[in-house]
Design a protein around this ligand. Structure first.
Ligand SMILES: CC(C)(COP(=O)(O)OP(=O)(O)OC[C@H]1O[C@@H](n2cnc3c(N)ncnc32)[C@H](O)[C@@H]1OP(=O)(O)O)[C@@H](O)C(=O)NCCC(=O)NCCSC(=O)C[C@](C)(O)C(=O)O
Ligand SMILES: [Mg+2]
Length: 354
């Protein structure tokens, strides 16, 4: 057993102290880019200010013969570009791969002061986090970093799902998790070739009508991801970390993407991945709360300043618990309004600096 008093001590001499609270800046979309792709790199100066998080992907989707170029491209962009309040993340290669050691040593050594979060794919249990945790501490100490790099786990194997709570609590570096529906489907032998979203085969069906047994029966698509995403939300929020939905692979199906993102938002996710520029606006729309909801939540908070007792507002019962629900909505709106003057106006809140 690890001494609980040591949890917030650095894991290497000279490494920065672990954070006590996970920061929660705007995190509506993690925009994926391959920095070995010149066309994508050319778009970075334009795209970076429009996204909350820009991620240099080194793992799947980057061909083997471009792994080193993707890493070098990320180092170059990290050195050359000032990102302002846009976070810079990376997804390293899998821990079993031949590239991951160089990914971590190079990135922390060269641009560790710019990197906010390292996303670790295919995390199976706390042992994977412990490995990265200690290695990052050693590398941070060597690079003389004064703030720790946080760790984000992708939930994309059945063992990872089985060990969710232990992964979330494995280190004070755990910033959050993303849901990886493609690898997870394969790992579970689910019979779908889609990346996220529903499937027309996954349905419930109404009983036959006894009066008319041959009549068509109502049937509805169900959400095959609900159980795992809900578990991820609980595991993350139980330790103050942030849950994210991952990718939606049907790039042209904007409505399907919006629906998948919204289901995740309602369950508690703070953001999702954008794989293509067209998905950035969808994530921004979905993960910024609806102005009508914010207006109602503000009304409740203003009407019940101490958040106590029972009240009727617009025909709905409000009490201590609903007041907290409204606080979640208004806190998120206020945080986003500080970044985005358009949202500040839509929410009738003061933008930053006023
Ligand atoms: C899907 C693809 C191939 C379509 O790329 P395309 O070039 O065919 O699309 P397009 O519509 O023709 O592109 C229009 C323009 O946008 C550019 N572009 C296109 N995408 C981006 C981007 N992300 N950022 C910036 N620019 C982008 C593209 O280069 C082009 O530029 P141009 O007008 O100058 O010709 C392409 O968007 C792409 O490669 N996206 C990233 C894919 C990726 O990172 N996949 C891995 C994450 S999902 C995953 O790993 C699963 C998971 C979690 O692990 C698990 O569930 O298991
Ligand atoms: Mg994957």
């Amino acid at each position: 057993m690890r001494n609980p008093r040591d949890f917030f001590k650095p894991l290497a001499i000279g490494a920065p102290d672990p954070v006590r609270e996970i920061p929660f800046p705007p995190s509506r979309m993690i925009h994926f880019l391959d920095f070995s792709n010149e066309k994508m790199v050319a778009k970075v100066p334009d795209i970076a200010p429009t996204v909350d998080i820009l991620l240099g992907n080194l793992e799947d989707a980057v061909p083997v013969d471009r792994k080193e170029a993707a890493r070098a491209g990320l180092v170059k962009v990290g050195r050359d570009i000032e990102f302002g309040d846009t976070q810079l993340w990376t997804r390293i290669n899998a821990l079993e791969s031949p590239w991951v050691l160089d990914d971590l040593t190079t990135l922390v050594g060269e641009i560790g002061h710019k990197l906010d979060v390292v996303m670790v794919p295919k995390v199976e249990g706390p042992w994977d986090i412990h490995y990265v945790d200690r290695l990052l501490a050693q590398l941070e100490a060597k690079a003389g970093l004064d703030r720790p790099i946080l760790v984000h786990a992708i939930l994309e194997t059945s063992q990872g799902v089985a060990n969710l709570e232990e992964i979330a609590a494995a280190s004070p570096r755990i910033q959050g998790m993303s849901f990886g529906p493609a690898d997870l489907a394969a790992s579970r032998r689910m019979k779908t070739t889609r990346v996220g979203g529903g499937h027309p085969g996954y349905q419930t069906i109404a009983d036959p009508d006894p009066e008319n047994p041959d009549a068509p029966r109502a049937s509805y698509q169900q959400d095959p991801w609900h159980y795992s995403i809900a578990r991820m939300v609980d595991a993350c929020t139980a330790v103050g970390a942030l849950p994210f939905y991952g990718p939606y692979g049907d790039i042209r199906d904007l409505e399907g993407c919006e629906t998948q993102f919204r289901a995740a938002f309602l369950l508690g996710c703070v953001g999702a991945w954008s794989l293509h520029p067209a998905q950035i606006a969808i994530a921004k729309k979905v993960f910024s709360p609806d102005p009508d909801e914010v207006r109602f939540a503000k009304k409740v908070i203003e009407a019940i300043p101490d958040g106590r007792g029972v009240h009727m507002i617009d025909g709905k019962m409000q009490d201590d618990a609903t007041w907290k629900q409204c606080r979640v909505m208004v806190d998120l709106a206020e945080m986003l309004a500080r970044k985005d003057p358009e949202l500040a106006e839509a929410y009738e809140l003061e933008p930053a600096g006023t």
